[in-house]
Design a protein around this ligand. Sequence first.
Ligand SMILES: Cc1ncc(COP(=O)(O)O)c(C=O)c1O
Length: 465
Amino acid sequence: MTSEYEAMTRAAAAAIAYRRGVAEAETNPVADYAAMIAAFDAPVPEGPGDAQAIIAELIDKATPGIRACAAPRFFGWVIGNSHPTGVAADWLASAWGQNVGNLISAPAASAIEKVSADWLLDLLGLPRESSMGFVTGATVANFVCLAAARSEVLRRAGWDVEALGLFGAPPVEVVIGADAHATVYSGLKYLGLGAKRVKIVGSDASGRMLAGDFERVIKGCSGPVIAISQAGQINTGACDPFAEIAPIAKDAGAWLHVDGAFGLWAQVAPDRAHLTRGVEAADSWATDGHKWLQTPYDCGFAIVRDAEAHRRAMAISASYLPLGAETEREPSAYVPELSRRARGFATWAMLKQLGRAGLAEMVERHCQIARHMGERLADEPGIALVAPVELNQFMVRFGGSGAEGDRATLATVKRVQEDAIAFIGGALWRDDWVMRVSVSSIATTMAEADVAVDAVLDAWRKVRG
Ligand SMILES: Cc1ncc(COP(=O)(O)O)c(C=O)c1O
């Protein structure tokens, strides 16, 4: 065995040991960013190194700066769990050295994407004719879907945006909910549609678009229209009223896109699917594997009903690349890049790991845990739920309104993070600071959630004095 293979064994052993212990790990890294810079900062290596020594050094130096995002009491952002089965499949993706640039270079990786895409459409209840690109996450999935939308609404207006760009094109109107995720605006920026050149639809107290306002705004548009909705508001989990807005968009000839980074997964849980009712009538959907499917980072899916529009916006052609797209699914025809990671392996592995029943159980459990946590917290004097808990995300506010409430909320978030029993973050919601909780890791159980609630109550009582 050469040193390189021993280094691989060592990396695997360290990874397994880490995951075995992560439930008990500190939720905060021992070392911060500055300490990590100090640990790694060194002159450029002038000569070759020894593989085993390199991996040993990496483990030694990085471990103190690893945040235990895979721990059961991690409620920050919307993180998922990087499930060990997905990680194992992802190791193989690296070791096999596959580049899913085309199906000749990576037959297994291309085929497993095709099969996983079919499974995902079935599980998410989306039109089976839809195409799917395997991307880094919902940010890029939103971008890809909006590129297909731009292509199609302009094609219908007699304009070839891929060939001619936007100079001289009929103006595209973009309609978007007031509480859309920041990354959708990134997509608009990349596509020359303008992050500020949008028409905003009003939303309710949970951030859900108001169907009446959607109709009013869309009726005020002329020319090609792209409407952007969402399944799962980042702070409240609220889903837009798709059953009401999709027919309005259709009547207006608008393309309806859904940013469903995590919320689209309500579709897999029979008792939550009413929240996303009608979502299948949209034209495109962005979602993540690395959130509710629990794959390792990075993994997202760009799903488009009109596969031709998807390919028009993304396909790359060059004489040295095989021409498979005519007959078979060419994996690079649905993503912005040519060379990329074989994300299908981890996706397939996680779909096999959980299955339809496992996914439904996990999503439902997370929603029940979120509601339970919200109710327990709101029972405490001085803590208020900011919006009803519908899905897996919720917010609480400490100490009432105004500046005093902001101070109490930020102090409680800080205290919880310092106590390090659970990790929970903060956010601004309608100009007020809140503590926002995301229940999105398969490792999180009701018992772990109760430990986290106890930690928050304890922190709040100390802040309150
Ligand atoms: C609603 C929504 N859209 C988009 C994103 C961006 O997803 P990603 O970070 O996977 O690119 C997120 C991330 O949390 C999200 O919640």
